[in-house]
Ligand binder design. Structure first.
Ligand code: OOG
Ligand code: MG
Length: 259
């Protein structure tokens, strides 16, 4: 059954079309099984030659939990083919209904496992940068799905873009990481803004939470992983012609042009 559900979602991805939420068919779909569907979906992508390069946290800010009407943090997997070049173009061709959101990314120098403190998580990083995630839910209308639905759908993750300005974590302490102004502009006009504390009170806490979610499944956070900490604000619908730019105080900027 799980494999069948994973196949439905994988076909939706390949054909760029929306499908009914899985819980319409399987109302009692458990979160643990939703992560297994997510695993299968990633396995299909690996068979097609993609490589896992990181993980994303989702629903780590109140703005996102309210936008999606869902209430707990979740994770998804990032592959190399999901990465868009900084300053590059993003084509709406073969996408369903993509949205973009402002994030902060960490690059892990060392493996982390189980319960770690925020300071241990920060010490295990080799880089921090501004990032944007492009979500593209495979569910009808990008709404009315439950937590197991979105987890099965790789937590809505579709693409991401990392700033080419990678900062040294040694230049930051925990307090300073929670005080960075983040501002996302479309065509030069600010459309979303929030302090970095909007993400899990401190974006590094998203790394801590990710380790706990992984540990509950017997997994660790591998060395070398990119970690998206989750959006600080609501996501914004992408429209052809937009130039989207995120600026994060002390981290730098990252942009993408939609075509
Ligand atoms: C779920 C994914 C949420 C974030 O950064 O909070 C997420 C969704 O909004 O569809 O990626
Ligand atoms: Mg996100």
């Amino acid at each position: 059954m799980l494999l069948e559900l994973a196949k439905i979602l994988d076909n939706a991805l390949l054909e760029a079309r929306e499908v009914e939420r899985l819980t319409a068919q399987v109302p009692d779909l458990k979160l643990a099984d939703a992560y297994r569907i997510q695993d299968e979906g990633i396995r299909f992508r690996l068979i097609r030659g993609e490589k896992v390069i990181g993980l994303k946290m989702g629903l780590t800010s109140r703005a996102k939990r309210e936008q999606m009407n869902l209430d707990s943090p979740i994770y998804g997997v990032l592959t190399d083919r999901m990465q868009v070049k900084a300053g590059g173009t993003f084509s709406l061709k073969a996408k369903i209904h993509p949205k973009i959101e402002p994030e902060i990314a960490f690059v892990m120098a060392r493996e982390l496992r189980g319960r770690v403190t925020p300071q241990q998580a920060l010490d295990a990083c080799s880089g921090i940068c501004a990032a944007m995630e492009i979500l593209d839910s495979r569910f009808v209308g990008f709404k009315y799905f439950s937590l197991p639905d979105v987890v099965a759908d790789n937590s809505s993750s579709a693409y991401f873009v990392l700033s080419s300005q990678l900062r040294n974590p040694k230049d930051f302490d925990l307090a300073s990481l929670a005080q960075l102004a983040m501002s996302m502009e479309v065509d030069g006009k600010v459309v979303q803004a929030a302090p970095s504390s909007a993400i899990s009170d401190n974006p590094v806490n998203s790394v801590v939470q990710l380790c706990e979610l992984l540990d509950a499944r017997g997994l660790s956070l591998p060395a070398g992983s990119i970690v998206l900490a989750g959006a600080a604000t609501q996501a914004v619908q992408l429209v052809a012609g937009m130039k989207v730019r995120l600026t994060v105080e002390k981290l730098g900027e990252v942009s993408v042009v939609v075509e």
